[in-house]
Design a protein around this ligand. Structure first.
Ligand SMILES: Nc1ncnc2c1ncn2[C@@H]1O[C@H](COP(=O)(O)OP(=O)(O)OP(=O)(O)O)[C@@H](O)[C@H]1O
Length: 344
């Protein structure tokens, strides 16, 4: 295989259900590249969990092929598939810790299963707990820990057997925003310092924005979009993707906001996308001035994604209709993406 650690080729999964067959994943082809953090996002029912179960060999596809490393899961006997599964780290929304075992006991469990003996086991547990910042809680029990600490234990346990691949299934969905940020930062450290390839399954675009290199958007079991996170955020190609992006960037005024803006601004409301290049503000100001149009920012903002600016600004433009049209046309010619907000 090339630089893909996971490869899905034309994968579909159909479940039998009392109401008839349900196709959870449909004709999905996707590579997870060695060393990347791939975000997989989609609304509930989009097929994300099924995708996880197909990658970790808990399910076999109805059609298509799945490769992990050099193994074609779809061609392996169940016993060998189980061995591949043990080499994949998993973390879950509900942490899935043993409440009757200490933190050290939870982290050491996969090592015990793998036959790692004392004192090597203790050494590895200490190293893992140090990595996730919980060395001082080794003897605590899960119910003495916060949600974020529990997920750190989950991450340490998932790393115990030195996996090349970590699957995080809604790993931060049960956490508050601050704790989510900490856990995402830890996942990034796992990726950058240990070289572990990570697939982050989530319905939260914020998580994708924070750590993913690329994002796959699933919609109705299909791959709606796959690309570099900045590109997908900057130019979403389908309405589903645009809705996800809007949840994070909140860069276009909502219908209610627009109504309020209209009540206090009589001019034409126009939103421009902030491009990833310098000189944009100057170009905008000079183009408007040339056409005798004045502009005032009434909504929007600029933030950063993958160290590049992203966002949009809504202007109220005041000038004659003809002059405003000419100014907008000139901006478009110069590559500025301009959208006139609808009257409603
Ligand atoms: N074992 C199963 N038997 C029957 N239908 C299933 C089974 N597992 C999943 N489905 C159906 O397949 C579709 C995709 O489910 P899946 O759990 O993969 O989506 P998801 O994106 O992970 O959603 P959520 O975020 O709600 O978990 C849904 O319509 C679901 O009802």
């Amino acid at each position: 295989m090339t630089d893909a650690l996971v490869r899905l080729e034309g994968v579909s999964k159909t479940y039998a259900s009392p109401a008839g067959p349900v196709t959870a994943v449909q004709d999905l082809s996707l590579d997870v590249i060695q060393g990347e953090i791939l975000g997989v996002i989609g609304y509930s029912g989009a097929g994300k969990s099924t995708l996880v179960r197909l990658i970790n060999a808990l399910e076999l596809p109805t059609t298509g092929r799945v490769f992990v490393g050099d193994d074609e899961l779809t061609a392996l006997p169940e016993k060998r598939r189980r061995a591949v599964r043990r080499e994949i780290g998993m973390i879950f929304q509900q942490f899935n810790l043993f409440n009757s075992r200490t933190v050290a006991g939870n982290v050491g469990y996969p090592l015990k299963l793998a036959g790692v003996k004392q004192p090597e086991r203790d050494r590895r547990i200490a190293r893992l707990l140090d990595f996730v910042g919980l060395l001082d809680r080794a003897h605590a029990y899960p119910d003495q820990l916060s949600g974020g600490q529990k997920q750190r234990v989950g991450i340490a346990r998932a790393l115990a057997t030195d996996p090349k691949l970590l699957l995080a299934d809604e790993a931060t969905s049960a956490l508050d925003p601050e704790t989510t940020a900490d856990v995402l930062a830890l996942l990034k450290k796992v990726n950058r310092e240990l070289g572990v390839t990570i697939v982050v399954i989530t319905h939260e675009m914020d998580a994708i924005r924070a750590i993913a290199d690329r994002v796959a958007v699933m919609d109705g079991g299909r791959l709606a979009e796959l690309g570099n996170v900045y590109d997908v955020f900057a130019s979403p190609s389908t309405p589903t993707v645009a809705r996800f992006v809007a949840t994070v960037l909140r860069d276009r005024p909502s219908a209610e906001t627009l109504q309020r803006l209209r009540a206090s601004h009589a001019g034409r409301l126009v939103t421009v996308k902030v491009p990833d290049r310098r000189g944009f503000a100057g170009l905008l100001a000079s183009t408007l001035a040339e056409h005798g149009v004045s502009g005032e920012i009434v909504y929007g903002g600029i933030s950063e994604l993958q160290e590049k600016p992203i966002g949009s600004l809504t202007y109220e433009l005041i000038g004659s209709d003809a002059a405003t049209d000419a100014a907008l046309a000139a901006l478009r010619v110069n590559g500025v993406v301009v959208a006139e907000e609808d009257a409603e």
